[in-house]
Design a binder for this molecule. Structure first.
Ligand code: 9WN
Length: 445
């Protein structure tokens, strides 16, 4: 189907409506990920949200990141949820029981696991724009980067040490939620070995907020998700203790690639602004280690990076968008060009059945592809943004712009859905999802 590009009126409407969504989801110093399904602050959502807000207000965007940092644990970990007021989201703080963890922060309730480290990538983009604008925005942003440099470094150091104790160059995740791609077929093999033990009874709340339960993970998947939370609690959220006892321990290539890219950007910003030289060098070393780690996982038969099941030592070869991790971290120009062609080609964005030529979470050519189910095939606008960002950064402006334009065409309905059915273009999951509105604003800026 031919793409109809948005008209100037569409674009003006989209910018207005996206700004309205972010404003409506604004709770003062943080933004809920979505109005009903996700009524709290999520970690990687907050990074994307800050990007979008920055197109309207740099000070408010920095507040978003500042609030996120109030949830940082003494270990350096940035937790995946900061809870702010009671709601019907499950699992809630009573289930996470982070009071068992010595490292939890004071004064804010959080979950006890992580999400992908997108934040410094967002911050560097905000700084770039603030500098273009100059004046107070530039001054404020530069000061913020310098003041928070140690906290971002502590976050990256946590991932590079507690989550990669043997320095393999792959960040270990302890739950599919930590990848941000909860039920991706990337995790089917490791989850097949998770046998849920006893957990306190629970009622799922998420299904009340979607039109059809098949758009969300199944009950059997939730039983495993909750069991892993239980295992983290039993280990008192100590990473070494969980590693010794937990069922799910996987090296995640996309998280590792984001860590590499973010660490390079942190070092760049730190060097420009005069941050501590030892911190800058540490950041560069983290970037090098994880870039090498990601490149080592590439399957020569498919040119895609593979996650590593650290319980079995097996690579997890799945046609998921995470396979494009090398595009995100760079480091091999020839591979980068092959990945660019693959991404735009007929197995991925150029697949003949797609409504919009934007990144699907799983290749429609894969047997694992499920067009309506969450991270098993639908198109997530933030993932498309990430690939466009990665291409742009690698000097592939034409390819990046193709994803940007198609991504905007997909969002022209202004519903800002959480994810989209790739064959029909139907909106799925939540509506008025903050990060979807935010990336629309960034694409339009
Ligand atoms: C669990 C908030 C989050 C995103 C994740 C997405 C989904 C939560 C859920 O929503 O996960 O963290 O309850 O399904 O998978 O990427 O950050 O938008």
């Amino acid at each position: 189907m031919a793409i109809q590009h948005p008209t100037p009126v569409d674009i003006a409407l989209m910018a207005g409506r996206a700004g309205y969504v972010l404003k409506a989801n604004d709770r003062g110093r943080f933004t809920v990920a979505s109005p009903t399904l996700y009524p709290h602050m999520w970690s990687w959502d907050a990074g994307f949200v800050a990007l979008g807000i920055a197109t309207v207000s740099v000070p408010r965007a920095l507040d978003e990141l500042r609030t996120l940092l109030t949830g940082q644990w003494a270990t350096g970990m940035i937790p995946h949820i900061l809870f702010h007021s009671p709601s019907d989201y499950f699992p809630d703080p009573d289930r996470w029981r982070t009071q068992v963890a010595a490292a939890r922060p004071a004064g804010v309730l959080t979950s006890g696991i992580t999400q992908p480290p997108i934040h410094v990538i967002a911050l560097s983009r905000i700084l770039h724009d603030a500098r273009r604008r100059g004046g107070g925005d530039q001054e404020l942003c530069e000061r913020f980067v310098l003041d928070t440099f140690p906290q971002w470094l502590a976050w990256h150091r946590y991932l590079a040490t507690a989550r990669d104790p043997h320095a393999h160059g792959l960040v270990e995740i302890h739950h599919g939620w930590e990848s941000g791609m909860d039920d991706s077929p990337r995790w089917d093999a490791p989850y097949s070995r998770v046998v849920p033990g006893p957990v306190p009874p629970f009622v799922r709340r998420d299904l009340a907020h979607v039109s059809d339960p098949s758009q969300r993970p199944s009950d059997a998947e939730y039983a495993r998700y909750l069991w892993l939370v239980e295992q983290k609690v039993r280990a008192r959220y100590d990473d070494a203790a969980y590693r010794a006892t937990g069922d799910f321990v996987v090296g995640d290539v996309l998280v590792s690639a984001l860590l590499a890219a973010a660490s390079d950007l942190l070092a760049d910003m730190g060097a420009e602004l005069g941050a501590d030289p030892a911190g800058i060098e540490e950041s560069r070393a983290i970037a090098r280690r994880f870039r090498t780690g990601v490149l080592r996982t590439v399957d020569p038969a498919t040119d895609l990076a593979r996650d590593l099941d650290l319980r079995t030592g097996d690579f997890l070869a799945v046609d998921s968008a995470a396979g494009f991790a090398p595009l995100v971290c760079g480091g091999d120009d020839a591979l980068l060009r092959r990945q660019r062609d693959l991404l735009l080609g007929p197995r991925w964005c150029g697949h003949s059945r797609l409504r919009w030529p934007v990144v699907p979470s799983v290749s429609p050519a894969s047997p694992a592809f499920r067009e309506r189910t969450y991270w098993r095939g639908p198109q997530w606008p933030v993932l498309n943004w990430l690939m466009a960002w990665a291409l742009n950064r690698s000097g592939e402006q034409e390819a990046a712009n193709a994803l940007r334009l198609a991504g905007l065409a997909q969002l022209v309905d202004c519903d800002f859905a959480e994810y989209y059915e790739p064959l029909t273009g139907e909106q799925l999951g939540s509506r008025d999802q903050s990060w979807t509105a935010a990336i629309a604003l960034d694409f339009l800026a």
